[in-house]
Design a protein around this ligand. Structure first.
Ligand SMILES: Nc1nc2c(c(=O)[nH]1)N[C@H]1C(S)=C(S)[C@@H](COP(=O)(O)OP(=O)(O)OC[C@H]3O[C@@H](n4cnc5c(=O)[nH]c(N)nc54)[C@H](O)[C@@H]3O)O[C@H]1N2
Ligand SMILES: Nc1nc2c(c(=O)[nH]1)N[C@H]1C(S)=C(S)[C@@H](COP(=O)(O)OP(=O)(O)OC[C@H]3O[C@@H](n4cnc5c(=O)[nH]c(N)nc54)[C@H](O)[C@@H]3O)O[C@H]1N2
Ligand code: SF4
Ligand SMILES: [Mo]
Length: 731
């Protein structure tokens, strides 16, 4: 079996360089700021608590500001994700504020990739007129807005869109966790659980890598679990950088995780190791599911997964014995967030396996988190826009997708069909990262209006009619953020330095002013400070106090282990059998589903994942981070030596990667750390915007090879359903 063969040698080979990067504490910050900090005279240092924008974790940070310039950052000690530390991206990304390649003024497109600067007034006037003309001709349902939701965006963006009468608000989850979220939501009533890692005795990770896709506190909790003697099983076609902390690596065939979880569930019931009491009290439909599970034996799963039946049996039995301090971590994107036709069903099977262990709300188990009650704007003084009269586009096609997130790429499909006429992108590089870039480019070109709000000239901005320059997170205040977790809390992003470019504006101002130009200004008759005061009202925390502290946790409201909340599923219980799935035309109990495509002996499956020093496309142009990629050749694709040998490919060779969609050239890292069937493409290279000089041309554009597609259950992008061939070429 592959697992034992590669695991022993792979463990030894786990790269010291990348592991060191994963835990980097500081990046040389002083060197780049020193030229800005005026020497001599009085040095004034202020410390401002805020939140990082290096990735969606939004860890708490403290900005140390010297004479008005950002000097260094440290982790906020009270923030649950930071716990006093931030990662290398957190340090490096902050250099963006002083980058020479930022957007500095509003732009209007005047030709292919050609822009001219315009005033804010002109931008608002023209965008307002165009939006209103589209609404008049095609109705508000022809308008959409997509973003990576951050604290202010979450409030301002949907409000703006609803004021225009459109429900079409989308998030980036379509290429992140739409599948997992749909699977979990219809099973447990939440799109994700949290995991009480540090108290757990047996932890299985399925395609989730704390050591690469970093959140500082997650890494710390895993170290604690390891020190407490927990068993840590890593299921990944790749020996990722968390494997340094693992007790076992299972090099599964990509796309086959569902088979493994079904077989483990089969063993749990066969061995009578499931928590019958929990199942009786808190679930429905267990009988139907256990009947379905009879056929999913470990021997059946061995053929699909490449993991031996003995290993599957042993792990399921050991987890059953360790329950409730045993869990399959809820995962995020890697294995079943958005990748395969079977990903929603994998999400469901994982949630149900945890339920069978009875680990929900238990110490060392899965946690349904709690969040603080925040106030809303006073409805008399600040009336909310009416709920739009239409359903969000995509809801009919994908009724299982979590409604608040939607299926963002439906915008592109409808644009191709001539039904979507306007798209606003805020804090989103959808044209490069959400779907096949060629398809996205054509779709965007078919719309009457595309507006992008960004801090740099992203690929999406390049395809837009108007580009509006946001200030960076170092230069702005944002709305109050409610933190959900075992303990609920509050965090606040705050301005650290004066804005560097006078013509940039934060989105609360952009939406407020644009709303006026659209004739919907009455819905934005409040200030950000006023909003924050009202959001904080029910919490008993004053705005002044939150501004001073940056993070406030409500320890007295922490979840008490063992107390089961009422679930937000239709039955209010864990659903082993789902009427919702049945109504949507799917099997009400989880069944085995094949991935859409499979590699032959000659071809490979393309898979992707994070590197500790980059966040999607947004960090690629940060010189201090990209230099690490260059120094360690991190942009190379990974290939197994057995396959490389057959193809006459050696480490460092240049190869051509060919799929149904594209042909690319890139260098190879030949390593035993990858399953022979897979090619791993690190995220996120292949930047094509010529405005991003540091990043352009380095590495490989993964999404270029991904056919534009939707997973049938959740609408997710199916981004690992890609087959490629590889051959050696001259460099
Ligand atoms: N450094 C960094 N950290 C980040 C981010 C970032 O951009 N950069 N972004 C944040 C965001 S938005 C997200 S969603 C999370 C994502 O967090 P993760 O999901 O943990 O991150 P990924 O690296 O995308 O995927 C994790 C692992 O899944 C493996 N994998 C690929 N295919 C399969 C498969 O078929 N089966 C199994 N079992 N494993 C597979 C990959 O080899 C990879 O090691 O990271 C967050 N943290
Ligand atoms: N190959 C590959 N592709 C992936 C993934 C992968 O692992 N591999 N991961 C997927 C995942 S998990 C996710 S979540 C998505 C993420 O996809 P996106 O959410 O689109 O993330 P980015 O590609 O980083 O693009 C973010 C954009 O926001 C801009 N931005 C940054 N800061 C600000 C700001 O303060 N204000 C404004 N207005 N804009 C700002 C950036 O410049 C950038 O253009 O990518 C997915 N795509
Ligand atoms: S994990 Fe790193 S990049 Fe992400 S928010 Fe935290 S410190 Fe910033
Ligand atoms: Mo993500």
């Amino acid at each position: 079996m592959l697992e034992s063969k590669i695991s022993r040698r792979g463990f030894i080979k786990a790269s010291a360089t990348t592991a060191a990067l994963a835990s980097a504490g500081t990046v040389g910050f002083q060197s780049w700021t020193s030229e800005y900090v005026k020497a001599g005279g009085q040095t004034k240092i202020t410390e401002i608590p805020s939140t990082c924008n290096g990735c969606s974790s939004k860890c708490g940070i403290i900005g140390h500001v010297k004479n008005g310039r950002l000097w260094k950052l440290s982790g906020h000690p009270d923030h649950p994700y930071a716990k006093g530390k931030i990662c290398a991206r957190g340090h490096g990304y902050a250099t963006l504020v002083y980058s020479k390649e930022r957007l500095t003024q509003p732009l209007k497109r005047v030709g292919s990739e050609k822009f001219e600067p315009i005033s804010w007034e002109q931008a608002y006037k023209e965008i307002g007129e165009k939006l209103n003309a589209i609404i008049k001709k095609h109705g508000p349902e022809a308008i959409s807005l997509t973003e990576d939701p951050r604290a202010s965006g979450k409030i301002y963006s949907p409000r703006f869109l609803h004021a225009l009468g459109s429900p079409n608000y989308y998030t980036h989850h379509v290429v992140c966790s739409n599948s997992r979220d749909a699977g979990f939501f219809h099973t447990l009533g939440v799109t994700s659980t949290s995991a009480d890692i540090s108290s757990s005795k047996y932890i299985m990770f399925i395609g989730r890598s704390y050591g690469d896709a970093i959140r500082p506190s997650s890494v710390q909790s895993l170290v604690e679990a390891k020190e407490n003697g927990a068993k840590i099983v890593m299921v990944d076609p790749r020996l990722n950088n968390t494997c340094n902390l693992a007790t076992e690596w299972l090099a599964i065939r990509p796309g086959m995780d569902l088979a493994m979880v079904l077989a483990m569930s089969h063993v749990l019931i066969r061995e009578n190791l499931h928590d019958a009491e929990f199942i009786k009290n808190y679930s429905i439909g267990f009988e139907e599911y256990s009947k379905e599970l009879k056929k999913y034996t470990p021997q059946w799963a061995e053929k699909l997964t490449g993991i031996s039946a003995d290993t599957i049996e042993r792990i399921a039995i050991d987890m059953g014995k360790a329950k409730p301090k045993a869990l399959i971590e809820q995962s995020w994107r890697g294995a079943f967030g958005c990748n395969y036709e079977n990903s929603t069903e994998t999400g469901r099977a994982v949630a149900l396996f945890n339920a069978m262990l009875g680990n929900i709300q238990q110490k060392g188990g899965s946690i349904i988190t709690t969040k603080p009650e925040l106030g809303k704007l006073d409805p008399v003084k600040h009336p909310s826009p009416k709920e739009p009269e239409f359903k969000k586009a995509g809801q009919d096609e994908f009724p299982l997708a979590y409604e608040e997130q939607g299926v963002a790429t439906i915008v592109a499909k409808l644009a191709m069909e001539g039904k979507m006429k306007a798209a606003i992108y805020n804090h989103s590089n959808a044209a490069l990262g959400y779907g096949n870039p060629k398809y996205m480019k054509e779709a965007l070109s078919k719309m009457d209006l595309v507006v992008t709000i960004d801090v740099q000239m992203s690929e999406t901005a390049l395809l837009s009619d108007y580009v509006l320059p946001d200030v960076t997170y170092i230069e702005r205040d944002e709305a109050v953020e409610g933190l959900s977790g075992k303990t609920p809390g509050l965090a606040l992003r705050q301005q650290m330095v004066e804005k560097v470019h006078p013509k940039t504006k934060p989105i609360d101002i952009i939406y407020t002013e644009l709303a006026k130009a659209c004739g919907i200004g009455q819905y934005f008759n409040f200030t950000l400070d006023g909003l924050n005061e009202q959001m904080l009202a029910p919490t008993g925390v004053s705005y002044k106090e939150l501004r001073e502290k940056g993070v406030i946790m409500f320890e007295d409201k922490a979840i008490v282990p063992g107390t089961m909340p009422e679930l937000k599923t239709p039955s209010k219980k864990v659903e082993f059998y789902s009427e919702t799935f049945k109504k949507a035309g799917f099997s009400p109990v989880v069944r085995w589903v094949e991935p859409k495509v499979s590699p032959s002996g000659e071809s490979f499956r393309l898979i992707t994942g994070k590197q500790a020093i980059h966040s999607h496309t947004q960090t690629a142009n940060v010189p201090i981070l990209m230099q690490i990629s260059k120094d360690y050749d991190l942009e190379r694709i990974w290939m197994n030596p057995a396959r490389a040998k057959k193809l006459g490919i050696k480490d460092g060779d240049m190869v051509e990667v060919k799929s149904s969609e594209a042909t690319s050239k890139v260098r190879v890292k030949v390593t035993e750390r990858i399953h022979p069937e897979a090619i791993f493409v690190p995220s996120h290279y292949g930047i094509t915007s010529s405005y991003l000089k540091t990043a352009k041309g380095i590495g490989f554009g993964f999404m270029e090879h991904v056919p534009f597609d939707f997973e049938a259950w959740s609408g997710a992008g199916n981004i690992h359903e890609v087959i490629v061939t590889v051959r050696k070429v001259r460099s």
